[in-house]
Structures are given as C-alpha cells and as structure tokens.
Design a protein. Structure first.
Length: 184
C-alpha cells in the first residue's frame, strides 16, 4: 500500500519516506516518532540546537559530532540517531523540521489517520485538543492526528490545515478582513 501521497516530491519528503520505510521494516514506527517529537521539542526550546541545524558555518564533521552528542543527551533511539548523523553528513539538517512533519504525516496515514496542522496563539490544553479532534473527525470522516504549533502573532483563535484545505479562524485574519472592508 502506497501511503507517500506526493510527499516524495520534496527533498524533506524523500528523507522522511526513507526513515519511515526503515522504521516500518524494523517495526519501530512509534519509537522513531517519539524520538522525532523529542527532537522537535529541542528545536523549539534550544536556540543552540536550532542554530546547529541551520548554520552553514558548522562543518560536516562538527555537525555529525554535535548531533551524536545531542542525540545521546536526548536519549534518542539508535535509528533516529543514525538518521540525524546522515542528515548532518549530507548537510540536510536545515530540512529537519520539514522532515519531522512529513514523517508524522506518513505515520498518521499508516495508522489510517489524517493529519491536521493546527496553529494557535497559546498552547492548547488536552481537552481542547480532544474536542478539536472530535470536531475534525466529524467533518472529515477519519481519525485525526493533531500537529500543533504555537504562533502568538495570530493573536487568538486557530488556523487549521488539513491537506490542501485551510480553516483560518485567527483573530489576526479577522482584523485584517475588517480593515480591508473598512477601506472599501
């Protein structure tokens, strides 16, 4: 069963698909997903780790060593650790965020879910996430995995992207629409 569905079109998608297929073959999909969630959190919380992944000034060897040390500190599984080393060696660490998102999409499709990218002004509480999943399941007719991000710039409300559909209920967009309507 092909679940890649266009993900292969991007560089990040091809790397994510390769990692997904390795994890699936080794029956470690959820282990790798948990490790990637840890990496994603580290990218968001650690400015130094984020700089390591994006700086062109870091040599390949230094990036490989730094990624191995970071993986050990984060207690990542061996497959994810090796994958991060390959990314560092191939100078593809700047694609890490996109790779993690694509892997999540592949894993969700494998489980029979669709993925909804949700942007909120503040972190959502667990009950809010569950209510959103229920609402999206009734709208799209499938289980929904939530990929949540926080962006204070939207001021409030939510922006939800499912595939090519986007539901923008952010206060920023409503204010922009109001300002545009007032201009005539």
């Amino acid at each position: 069963m092909d679940i890649s569905g266009g993900i292969q079109a991007s560089l990040a998608g091809r790397y994510a698909l390769a990692l997904f297929e390795l994890a699936r073959d080794e029956k470690r999909l959820e282990t790798v997903a948990a490790s990637l969630a840890t990496v994603r959190a580290a990218l968001a919380e650690s400015g130094d780790f984020a700089k390591l992944t994006t700086s062109p000034l870091v040599s390949r060897d230094a990036a490989v060593k730094a990624v191995e040390a970071a993986a050990a500190a984060m207690k990542l599984d061996p497959l994810t650790t090796k994958f991060l080393g390959v990314l560092a060696q191939n100078r593809r660490l700047p694609q890490l965020g996109a790779i993690i998102r694509a892997y999540g999409t592949l894993a969700a499709r494998h489980r029979g879910e669709i993925t909804a990218e949700v942007i909120s002004a503040r972190p959502l509480a667990a009950d809010q996430v569950e209510a959103l999943k229920t609402k999206l399941k009734s709208r799209f007719g499938a289980d929904v995995a939530i990929d949540a991000e926080v962006d204070p710039a939207i001021l409030g409300g939510l922006v939800v992207k499912v595939g090519s559909r986007m539901i923008d209920g952010s206060i920023r967009t409503k204010l922009n629409n109001l300002a545009h309507a007032m201009k005539g």
